[in-house]
Design a protein around this ligand. Structure first.
Ligand SMILES: [Zn+2]
Ligand SMILES: [Zn+2]
Length: 227
């Protein structure tokens, strides 16, 4: 069996243990490199590196005031060097196998949610890329997801300064099909590929807040670190 990511052989002869384990085509070296987390103290909420460990960092407090909708936040790994390479390859080359790699890294209990909603990408970016990366990863994970959000055309987030991003209006809106669904009291998870400033996630959560979910948690497959 070969590693999906580096294409090296995963393990030689089958052992009694490997016989009973599900085949996991990701070698230990790739797994460790992709799951590498920068050492240091963290914010207990967004997992950002901080000087002294805190329950909630300054960014989280600000985001909570601006967009009071997100409950718990989870992230699979840091946006480390290897993850950067993988996601870059994935976004611009469009290699579907890479979604399998991310799925193999993701150890998360999706069953605790009634609905999983991917953060949408705009129509223009969809044309460029032809697929929503987050949806493809969820599919690889075998997670049933529901599209509830649309997104209006806005400037690419990376083209905006931090101050501009904070001021920019919420690009997300509810899709038509959501209106007929009774979502009150249900548990929701919003998923996205990268958590950078957190604004996208918080805006997406605000857009579904009126549906009265019991809780709105968020999961990102990787988190950038800035100090
Ligand atoms: Zn490998
Ligand atoms: Zn934080």
């Amino acid at each position: 069996m070969r590693c999906l990511y580096c294409h090296h052989k995963v393990n030689g002869e089958p052992t009694l243990i490997s016989f009973f384990q599900r085949d996991v085509p990701l070698c230990q070296d790739c797994r460790s490199a992709l799951l590498f987390k920068y050492p240091g103290e963290r914010c207990g909420r967004c997992h950002q590196l901080v000087v002294t460990a805190v329950d909630i960092c300054r960014d989280c407090r600000l985001l909570g005031e601006l967009y009071p909708a997100v409950d718990k936040m989870y992230t699979v790994t840091d946006y480390n060097e290897e993850m950067k390479l993988l996601l870059h390859r994935y976004k611009f080359v469009g290699d579907y196998a890479l979604s399998e790699v991310i799925a193999l890294l993701t150890d998360f209990n999706f069953k605790q949610y009634d609905y999983v909603v991917p953060v949408p990408v705009s129509d223009s970016r969809m044309k460029e890329r032809t697929y929503n990366q987050t949806s493809v990863i969820l599919k690889a994970l075998g997670v049933k997801y529901t599209d509830m959000l649309g997104t209006k055309k806005v400037k690419r987030q990376s083209e905006l300064s931090r101050a501009e991003r904070l001021k920019s209006t919420n690009p997300f809106y509810l899709l038509e099909n959501v209106r007929d669904m009774n979502l009150s009291g249900k548990r929701l998870l919003i998923a996205d590929d990268i958590y950078t400033t957190g604004i996208t996630m918080h805006q997406a959560a605000v857009a579904v807040k009126s549906l009265n979910f019991q809780n709105i948690d968020v999961l990102t497959f990787s988190k950038t670190q800035h100090i």
